[in-house]
Write a protein that binds this ligand. Structure first.
Ligand SMILES: NC(=O)c1ccc[n+]([C@@H]2O[C@H](COP(=O)([O-])OP(=O)(O)OC[C@H]3O[C@@H](n4cnc5c(N)ncnc54)[C@H](OP(=O)(O)O)[C@@H]3O)[C@@H](O)[C@H]2O)c1
Length: 214
């Protein structure tokens, strides 16, 4: 299967290597042609590099891994044609360009809104699924927590897309917890704030969430 990754930062690079490891064909997208050589070097020769729109066109399944403040503009610029009907794993978090307060990141959304809902409204025909938003990049691909599978909280409006993402997450070493429709991103996106607090306060970044169930 072909995976198109819109985003060339550490998340885009990490997931590109993860998908290659699991046997997928991958194109990473950047809007900065000057990054092409560096991206090839960092992700390996099997990864193709193109623009955001080329990556979106290439992928049967897409990953959105751009800075939160740029996500809406990137989705608009890529356009509906390359996105409609496709499952889009949305890793983004609506982090404001402002310093954290006592280790708590600032968001530009409210609790009655989320970045993924905004993206879903921009392209109603795309099948956005929140995923990989509440784990650090070091632990996105088959993390080793001593045999315990960390939980990835997901949500989205399309049941088939969530099943597809659940299968991908299982390959990447996560159990999925489906929190329902796109509105649940209002609760999932702030988990990024919680995940970052130990790091920002105590430089401790080696944890993951686990949902305990009886
Ligand atoms: N870092 C983590 O461990 C982590 C964990 C979970 C979730 N996330 C989320 O994943 C997303 C990606 O994070 P990241 O750490 O990989 O890097 P990032 O610096 O947040 O994003 C890098 C990407 O954003 C694009 N970008 C930045 N400013 C832009 C602008 N003004 N217009 C268009 N594109 C712009 C860059 O474009 P070019 O390619 O053109 O340079 C690049 O592709 C973020 O939303 C973040 O909150 C991060």
């Amino acid at each position: 299967m072909k995976i198109g990754i819109m985003g060339s930062g550490i998340v885009g690079q990490t997931l590109a290597k993860g998908f290659i490891k699991h046997g997928y064909h991958v194109m990473v997208g950047t809007n900065n042609p000057g990054k092409h050589g560096e991206l090839k070097e960092k992700t390996g020769s099997k990864v193709e590099v193109g623009s955001f729109a080329e990556a979106a066109k290439f992928g049967e399944v897409l990953i959105l891994a751009v800075k939160g403040t740029a996500a809406e503009a990137v989705v608009k610029s890529v356009g509906t044609d390359h996105l409609k009907g496709k499952t889009i794993l949305d890793t983004t978090n609506p982090i404001e360009d402002a310093p954290p307060v006592n280790g708590v990141l600032k968001f530009f959304t409210t609790l009655d809104d989320s970045l993924m809902e905004r993206l879903q409204k921009l392209v109603p025909g795309a099948r956005f699924v929140k995923a990989f938003s509440c784990i650090g990049n070091l632990f996105m691909v088959n993390p080793d927590f001593g045999g315990v599978l960390p939980t990835m909280f997901i949500c989205g409006n399309d049941e088939e897309a969530k099943k597809q993402v659940t299968r991908i997450l299982a390959q990447f070493g996560f159990e999925s917890a489906d929190m329902g429709s796109a509105e649940a991103a209002r609760a999932i996106e702030p988990l990024c704030m919680l995940w970052c607090i130990p790091g920002l306060l105590r430089n401790s970044w080696t944890h993951a969430f686990k949902l305990l169930k009886k």
